[in-house]
Design a protein around this ligand. Sequence first.
Ligand code: HEC
Length: 227
Amino acid sequence: MTRINQTRTRIGIAIRTTGFALGFGIATTLPGHADTASCTVPDIGDRITDAQASALYECLTAAMAAQLEMLESGGTIDGPSWLRSDMPVARAFLGWESVTTAPYESGTHGGRFVVNLADPVALPSYSRFEDGGPMPMGGILAKPSFTVSDDGTAALGPLFLMERAADGTYPDMGDWIYSAIMPDGSVMGPTGGPQNDRVQFCADCHLAIGADTDSMTYLPDEYRVTD
Ligand code: HEC
């Protein structure tokens, strides 16, 4: 088990808005850390704190950054990881910006802890939330998720994804391509593929809640990164 001490927790919060560059650095200096099942915080009590949720998320992404380095040098990875999928986004999201100050519990995504990230195409508008207007074609939003057991250990959930397609491409889905990468590397969706029906429920909810915001639903005010 990787035990996260107070210092690590504070680092986790400090780098939250600056991306994952530091995460890569940490990962390469911790042998054996390429294991997403070993992220744990002690003494979670009745409710996990924002600092503890942040520390777990940093640990999970650092583990995947270490796995990515192993894959790129010709190695293989064990255990739960979105990197087990062939989808390029499973790698790319590790470098995207978060618009979330700390992982929050999302009742609409199975009560899991989630973070919202935007790729470089999506970031300029998505980081302005409701003021950002419709998403440009090709913009991708990612929502990593995890659960936390009673003993404070994190487990990866799905990596939820939305990519804006061209206007008129998928009218039933609000012109978004929905998918979710599971921790075993299998993929639910995407829109337009053989499993199209399995992600229709994503679109139905997003179209309803995001009727005036191009299907985007953002995140609670208290967890938004603002300038
Ligand atoms: C019952 C409603 C509901 C369902 C079903 C749902 N979502 Fe969401 N989704 C939301 C809400 C509400 C938010 C923002 C608040 C939050 O994170 O809880 C959100 C946020 C997101 C975001 C961040 C982008 C944004 O909208 O601001 C992504 C990506 C996402 N969901 C993907 C998915 C995928 C993929 C599925 C299906 C596998 C799915 N969602 C199913 C309601 C839903």
